[in-house]
Design a protein around this ligand. Sequence first.
Ligand SMILES: [Zn+2]
Ligand SMILES: [Zn+2]
Length: 309
Amino acid sequence: MGKICSRCDRQAIYHRAYSGEYLCVQCFKRSVEEKVVRTISKFGMLRYGDKILLMVSGGKDSMSMLRILSKVVKSHASEVLVATIDEGIEGYRRDAIEISAEACAKLNVSHHVFSFKDLFGYPMDQIELLKEGMSSCSVCGVLRRRAMDIAAQKLNVNVVATAHNLDDIIQTFLINLLNNDIKRLIWNLPVHHETYLFSQKRIKPLAEIYEEELALYAFLNKERFQEVSCPYMHEGIRTKIRSILNELETNHPGIKYSFFNSAIKIPEIITTPTKERKNCEKCGYPTFANKCSVCSILDLLNRKNIRQK
Ligand SMILES: [Zn+2]
Ligand SMILES: [Zn+2]
């Protein structure tokens, strides 16, 4: 590129189109880390003495989150724990768990694995055979959210951090709109309080970082991460939306960032006071129906499983 860094006199390796800056390796890495710190303080994500659980899947985003937060959180004098959810997908999850465990050992952070098999009785590989009309990603998503709740409760933390980046958030926002899934918009916020059962706060510290910059950050840190994607993933619409948004960004640098800012204001405005909550008749978990979504899925799997025996 031949350009000099806008912040120092080293050789630039990255052009940040939306700000016009050219950045060298060091200044780029520092700028990503500083942005995460700003996001954390802007949204009031962490408070002194918080006990935080990082959900680490072993992919590039969560590995970068682990790297950045284990640095940042030290200054908050908080405790950091890491959990990885093992969905039970042969040949896919094992590497990721190993990568996460290794990174945690290096950083001296405790690492915990929660498996679908232990929590729900079925690994994803078996669910695949029993799920009938349900989509793998939606079943997995429902169970993963519950696994996260259980992990947070067992490890007794008050904050749970996931590695969603800015692109994830705006893609999900659009998908929810297209699916008429307005009630889910609230889950997509950088900070979300699960006040009704557990008191943990859900945070997304990478919410203001572009996916492209996180990929570069992981690359420059020579981060080891899992590159294989889930064999059951069918991301038709997300892939399309991702490419539309990337094309818009190329022609209008910064547009994703302004979209992000609308995407986080809208749920606040439209969220109406919650309707009356019930408790699931089977497991007692809070739900709006008589039976929660996890128990409904498990009932279906059990019926199919008995029929096959
Ligand atoms: Zn520089
Ligand atoms: Zn239930």
